[in-house]
Design a protein around this ligand. Structure first.
Ligand SMILES: *[C@@H]1O[C@H](CO)[C@@H](O)[C@H](O)[C@H]1NC(C)=O
Ligand SMILES: *[C@@H]1O[C@H](CO)[C@@H](O)[C@H](O)[C@H]1NC(C)=O
Length: 147
């Protein structure tokens, strides 16, 4: 009974809305695509903006504005961002980003999966092939016959 009370007390009290956002389920990469999904309950705002937050410096990117809450999920492409830990995604009031409806726990962003591998490999050296081939021969055909 007491433990149940403590469990209730541990719930974040700041969440006024029932809106919850899920943590990204796939590896998040800079410039890669990310799928953000959420669940709503009645009384939730019908739209929100999605912000990407870097906890360490408290910098904030708006990655989607005025998203229709009934969509349930959204896949979008991230901008180029530093690959590091400590990012969160917040669903915020479209007219007041300080009014946070829901937020993920922290996740890390990885380097983009590069399709253009830069290479500094050079090959030096020389290869030459020289040679001579001569075919000499003589063939003589002599035929003699008589008809
Ligand atoms: C969003 O923010 C505006 C401005 O602060 C406020 O008037 C409005 O009630 C907020 N909406 C919700 C759903 O909290
Ligand atoms: C996030 O914080 C780190 C410092 O920990 C900083 O180097 C980086 O530029 C920040 N990222 C963004 C997107 O602002």
């Amino acid at each position: 009974m007491f433990s149940a009370l403590f469990a209730l007390a541990a719930l974040p009290l700041t969440l006024v809305h029932g809106l919850t956002v899920n943590n990204p389920t796939t590896t998040v990469t800079s410039t890669g695509s990310i799928t953000i999904s959420w669940t709503t309950s009645s009384g939730d705002p019908s739209a929100f903006s999605i912000e990407l937050i870097n906890q360490s410096f408290n910098s904030q990117f708006a990655i989607a504005n005025n998203v229709d809450a009934s969509l349930g999920s959204l896949t979008l492409t991230l901008p180029q961002i530093p690959a590091e830990d400590g990012y969160t995604i917040e669903l915020v009031n479209i007219s007041n980003i300080n009014n946070v409806y829901a937020q993920t726990s922290t996740f890390s962003v990885s380097e983009p999966v590069s399709s253009s591998v830069s290479s500094s490999a050079s090959s030096s050296g020389s290869a030459s092939a020289s040679g001579s081939a001569s075919v000499s021969g003589s063939a003589s055909v002599s035929a003699s016959g008589s008809t």
